[in-house]
Design a protein around this ligand. Structure first.
Ligand code: NAP
Length: 265
């Protein structure tokens, strides 16, 4: 087991990993675990072990932090759409010779009855909407919503925007904001879609169970879902899909894939 593990966090899996590593049998006697949070959420769910909060000041700042704090392994357990910090981690790990791997929960896959429209980014999602419906449930987070305000036809649409923290303006002209944080249930999501007469759902392919209920609810109601694909992970960073695989790797018993998104021990 490495002596000091830095977990780049902000996800359920990062919290689970910190809990495992600092719990009984986790190696706490010989291993220090520090989780890093970006500091975007006012009251974050705090992981076990040491926590630092705030940006590092780019890849150079992260490299300095790794050296100064004697980090000998980095686990990038950030959200699949947090592409900047993942790229910085790859650069800093290379510069310092620190082993790095990324924990990425699997993406969602469409099943029978799903009406999914995959797109590459939020701008393409915004372009699709006028052809799909009028009342949009937007669940892509608090940032980057300007494209939904400025896309052709946007003013004719009504948006229900759900995010953990207040969304950053500009918002679409017709928008209601719902501040909430998962996990969600199929019953709750179905009621929400019905109550707001939603006819299109927009989501990132975040994966994981905590926010998947909206997909089931949309399927049951026959609604189209615009699904934003994940950005590619940094080249050459080994990927694993779950906390158990990370633990096996840290204990020297696991294998991982190099740069391929969906393979794990
Ligand atoms: P991002 O665009 O990839 O990163 C922007 C900057 O934020 C980075 O350059 C870094 O600043 C700082 N940063 C991001 N994650 C950090 C971390 N774990 N510790 C320290 N600094 C961090 O990130 P983002 O998409 O805004 O996500 C921010 C945080 O929210 C991440 O921890 C992520 O796991 C979590 N999150 C993101 C999403 C999403 O949809 N993007 C969803 C749920 C949770 P410096 O360059 O100054 O180091």
């Amino acid at each position: 087991m490495p002596g000091h593990i830095l977990v780049l966090g902000g996800t359920t899996e990062a919290r689970q990993l910190a809990a495992e590593l600092t719990g009984p049998g986790g190696g706490a006697a010989t291993t220090r675990v520090t989780t890093s949070l970006a500091g975007r959420v006012a009251r974050p769910r705090m992981p076990a072990g040491a926590v630092r909060i705030g940006g590092f000041g780019g890849p150079g700042g992260l490299a300095d932090w790794l050296r100064t704090h004697g980090v000998d392994t980095v686990v990038d357990a950030t959200h699949p759409f947090a592409a900047t910090i993942s790229a910085h981690a790859a650069e800093a790990a290379k510069a310092t010779g620190t082993p790095l791997f990324a924990l990425r929960r699997p993406g969602w896959t469409a099943g029978p009855g799903d009406r999914w429209h995959p797109v590459d980014d939020l701008a393409h999602a915004a372009e699709r909407l006028p052809a799909l419906g009028r009342r949009i449930f937007l669940t892509t987070g608090r940032l980057g919503l300007a494209v939904f305000a400025t896309a052709p036809g946007a003013d004719a649409l009504h948006f229900l925007v759900r995010s953990v923290e207040p969304p950053e303006p500009p918002l679409p002209r017709h928008a209601d904001v719902l501040l909430d944080r998962g996990p969600y249930t199929v019953e709750g999501e179905t009621a929400l879609l019905r109550d707001h007469a939603v006819d299109v759902l927009v989501t990132k392919d975040s994966g994981g169970p905590a926010t998947a209920a909206k997909l089931t609810a949309a399927r049951n109601l026959g609604l189209p879902v615009v699904v934003v694909r994940r950005p590619p992970p940094p080249d050459g960073v080994p990927l694993v899909q779950d906390v158990a695989s990370v633990l096996r790797l840290l204990r020297g018993k696991g294998r991982f894939s190099r740069g391929a998104a969906d393979t794990c021990p």
